[in-house]
Design a protein around this ligand. Sequence first.
Ligand SMILES: [Mn+2]
Length: 239
Amino acid sequence: MTKLFISDLHLEESRPDIAEIFLKFLCHDAMQAEALYILGDFFEAWIGDDDLSPFNLKIIRAMREATDKGLPIYFMQGNRDFLIGKKFSRATGCQLLSDEVVVDLAGSPTLLMHGDTLCTDDVAYLKFRKRSRIKLFQQIFLLFSFQRRKNFVAGMRQKSKNHTSTTPHYIMDVTQHEVERVMLKHHVQDLIHGHTHRMAVHEFELNGKPARRYVLGPWHEFGSVLVCDNHKKEFIVLR
Ligand SMILES: [Mn+2]
């Protein structure tokens, strides 16, 4: 049976083409699979589960339909949609995963992550991440009006753009040291993550044995899915 992995769709109203590819994928290809794993940055931004815009509702309803028909969907937060919570999970029927989850893929324990915490050279981002994950800050933020939250997120996105355009490329990629540390911690030889938008399979040696890191692709040019069955793992492109 097949398990599907996607991340970094960055769904937003201004890119209906991406949503369309996802919705088509969800009601056709994905329904044949054993499970769908969404590993973060599914939405470009998420200001709270109470934001039921027509765009969000369309996505939520399609996911509900898929889970109702028996497709298990697992959802890990990314750095863009870390405010996805229980209400979203109830509405869609998907199960929330914490960052760093080990699943069995054809007999090999495989670590799943969004991937932002692997970029340990990006100290400024990790500082922000730590603050933004404080529950009390999140609760206060969620009390703000929609408009205030939207303005805040727009400000953050601008800051983030400035940061990514002025930070050297290698700093925003994962560090091999952190990859190996977290894989050893979880006793795995396989890791699947997104976040860096650098779709690839990296092979290296860990603990004297072959190890693999699968980096999921972003959806801004075309849809990208990692398909895993008992025999192989391969990327497919959706248009
Ligand atoms: Mn990300």
